[in-house]
Design a protein around this ligand. Structure first.
Ligand code: HEC
Ligand code: HEC
Ligand code: HEC
Ligand code: HEC
Ligand code: HEC
Ligand code: HEC
Ligand code: HEC
Ligand code: HEC
Ligand code: HEC
Ligand code: HEC
Length: 338
């Protein structure tokens, strides 16, 4: 029954749509439309005597009934440009999903039920406007659909959410600068807007080529938060994010260099950028090794890591000249070339 009424109404409005093509965007046309729509609204509420009156309805979706939703075709009659763009975005899928309830479809999935707004000729107090929502309230609306994926499930606990950075800080469903993922700004500019110190790191002589677009911030970090520190992503195997691209460092090796696994890549590398080749933390490789490998035998000899037995004469200073497979080896317990 409700569906029948809804479809009759949209047929009516389709005709209206044609009318609006000729009259838009004149104020007179709006008044005309408003009048027609108000009539439409009255005739519909007459048909549904059990309906509460439009004026007593709040723009809050919980508890609102299906008949307060008019469908996106109706919104299109007055918001044509927004609707046309909308039809080209991923959210159009919500309309195509015919099984979904009206509160999960189209414009009203985000803006809430639109009947009162329409009946009021575009009464802005009768529709959820994101201008009037706090960052958290706006995110909540998005999460009614998006919290089901792993990607977003941890958002409320993320450093972003906790610092008042919400979905609509980074995304704009209507006027995105980057159509890909509806971003308000392309990466990495989006992130640099707030993380200026990180920009400087990626300007260092040795760095991951984020600026050139070879790698993106979101390859390593999940801007929506996660379970790892620094919102880092795990690679497919739920392992360190670095293995996603540097698979050959993962092994397993017969002779693994223990810190690669236990302390991670960041114990020797600066992940963003460095003034040292190979993104190393220190400029001389021997200084790096000697942070852990003491020259003299450790006082507890069995305690790893053991120091090099050889001295620190010049020829030994470029440690990785000889210990070339520093991330692990299947042939040499001291990581020499096979
Ligand atoms: C009868 C014409 C009409 C229809 C139909 C209509 N609107 Fe509006 N809407 C307006 C007018 C007029 C405004 C106020 C002027 C503006 O901001 O463009 C408005 C404003 C809005 C705003 C902005 C509120 C603000 O202040 O930020 C939203 C959101 C909105 N409409 C959503 C919808 C949705 C969703 C639908 C469909 C359910 C819809 N409108 C249908 C006429 C209409
Ligand atoms: C995915 C959620 C979402 C959907 C779906 C959505 N909107 Fe919006 N809408 C927003 C957000 C967020 C803003 C605030 C954007 C901003 O501040 O720039 C907004 C703003 C608006 C505005 C204010 C004016 C403007 O240009 O920003 C209007 C009008 C509007 N939406 C109408 C619609 C209509 C009509 C549809 C369906 C064709 C629709 N919206 C679908 C989230 C949505
Ligand atoms: C009614 C459910 C629903 C709501 C509410 C909703 N979305 Fe979506 N969103 C979807 C669906 C469905 C898709 C397309 C399939 C997918 O990627 O999961 C999508 C896709 C997206 C995409 C990916 C776009 C692309 O081009 O790949 C972004 C970004 C997005 N939504 C952001 C938002 C934001 C921000 C809000 C709140 C303002 C929001 N969504 C509210 C259902 C919803
Ligand atoms: C700090 C900025 C930021 C915030 C906050 C943010 N996003 Fe995103 N989001 C991004 C970026 C960047 C991407 C693109 C990731 C990529 O390129 O793989 C993205 C991608 C997406 C996608 C597409 C995912 C895919 O796999 O294609 C969806 C859907 C989405 N965001 C929804 C949301 C929702 C819902 C919220 C709020 C709960 C939100 N985002 C908050 C930055 C953000
Ligand atoms: C609107 C500002 C804003 C934008 C845009 C933004 N961030 Fe953030 N980000 C913050 C704030 C605030 C924090 C929490 C305080 C802090 O750690 O700096 C944070 C925290 C983080 C953290 C966690 C840091 C930690 O110490 O745990 C990471 C990682 C991060 N952001 C990455 C990104 C990425 C990647 C992007 C782009 C997709 C991005 N941010 C966009 C403001 C922003
Ligand atoms: C190659 C992977 C990778 C890329 C790409 C990357 N990060 Fe990071 N980022 C990391 C790792 C790993 C850490 C943790 C470093 C640590 O804890 O020692 C980190 C730490 C951070 C932090 C915490 C504060 C800090 O500096 O330690 C922020 C904020 C951050 N990254 C933002 C960004 C932004 C913004 C981008 C893109 C411009 C980006 N990251 C690109 C791997 C990456
Ligand atoms: C999205 C893929 C990707 C991820 C994730 C990634 N890297 Fe890289 N990495 C690259 C690429 C591609 C290069 C080559 C860079 C170039 O040529 O500009 C590179 C280069 C490097 C180099 C320098 C190699 C050289 O010859 O100078 C180091 C060291 C490095 N990555 C470490 C890491 C660490 C540590 C992590 C984890 C925090 C990581 N990478 C995560 C893609 C990635
Ligand atoms: C114990 C210190 C140490 C750890 C831990 C470490 N590296 Fe390295 N890595 C080095 C050194 C030293 C070099 C430079 C080797 C040379 O000079 O030839 C290097 C070079 C690299 C290079 C560039 C040359 C090559 O071999 O491809 C990449 C890429 C790299 N490391 C990635 C990683 C990743 C990814 C991790 C974590 C899985 C990691 N490293 C952990 C010390 C380390
Ligand atoms: C973050 C600490 C750390 C750094 C930095 C480090 N190592 Fe190690 N190294 C270890 C640990 C721990 C072991 C394991 C010792 C054990 O299993 O007994 C080890 C083992 C070794 C071994 C094998 C010793 C054996 O007999 O098992 C060699 C060779 C070695 N490291 C060389 C180097 C070189 C060369 C560098 C510099 C490029 C370096 N290490 C940097 C911690 C480190
Ligand atoms: C000229 C080649 C060469 C250079 C350079 C070199 N080593 Fe070695 N290293 C060796 C040899 C040979 C061994 C003994 C291998 C064996 O036991 O078969 C060794 C063994 C080691 C061991 C294993 C424990 C031990 O003493 O037997 C460690 C740890 C080590 N070196 C660390 C370093 C560090 C740190 C540097 C840089 C400061 C370095 N090496 C530079 C050739 C070199």
């Amino acid at each position: 029954m409700l569906d029948l009424i809804r479809s009759r109404k949209s047929a009516f409005l389709l005709r209206l749509n044609d009318v609006s093509c000729c009259f838009r965007p004149h104020a007179a046309a709006l008044v005309f439309l408003t009048l027609l729509l108000t009539v439409a609204g009255y005739s519909q509420s007459a048909a549904q005597a059990t309906q509460p009156s439009a004026t007593s309805q709040s723009a809050n979706p919980p508890g609102s009934s299906a008949s307060e939703y008019v469908g996106s075709d109706v919104c299109k009659t007055c918001h044509e440009d927004l609707a046309r763009h909308f039809e080209r975005t991923a959210h159009f899928a919500t309309i195509q999903d015919k099984k979904a309830a009206p509160e999960h479809q189209g414009c009203e999935a985000c803006h809430g039920p639109g009947k009162a707004h329409v009946d009021g000729g575009g009464d802005v107090s009768k529709i959820i406007s994101f201008k009037n929502l706090s960052t958290q309230e706006a995110s909540k609306r998005c999460l009614t659909c998006h919290s089901h994926s792993n990607e977003h499930a941890n958002f409320p606990r993320s450093a972003h959410a906790q610092n008042n950075v919400g979905c609509t800080t980074c995304h704009d469903p209507h006027h995105p600068k980057s159509e890909r993922a509806l971003l308000v700004e392309k990466q990495p500019l989006l992130c640099y807007g707030c993380h200026t110190e990180v920009r400087a790191e990626f300007d260092r002589p040795y760095r991951h080529r984020v600026k050139q677009g070879l790698i993106q911030c979101a390859d390593c970090h999940n801007p929506h938060g996660g379970t790892l520190p620094r919102q880092l992503r795990a690679s497919a195997e739920q392992d360190q994010v670095c293995y996603k691209c540097h698979r050959e460092k993962k092994g397993p090796f017969v002779f693994e260099h223990l810190p690669v696994r236990t302390e991670g890549c960041s114990s020797c590398h600066v992940p963003h950028g460095s003034t040292n080749p190979r993104l190393l933390k220190v400029s001389q490789v021997n200084q790096l090794c000697l942070q852990c490998h003491t020259l003299s035998m450790s006082s507890v000899p069995s305690q790893p890591p053991i120091g090099p037995a050889h001295n620190q004469a010049q020829k030994y200073q470029a440690c990785t000249m000889c210990h070339a497979f520093i991330h692990g080896s299947n042939f040499s317990e001291v990581y020499f070339k096979p």
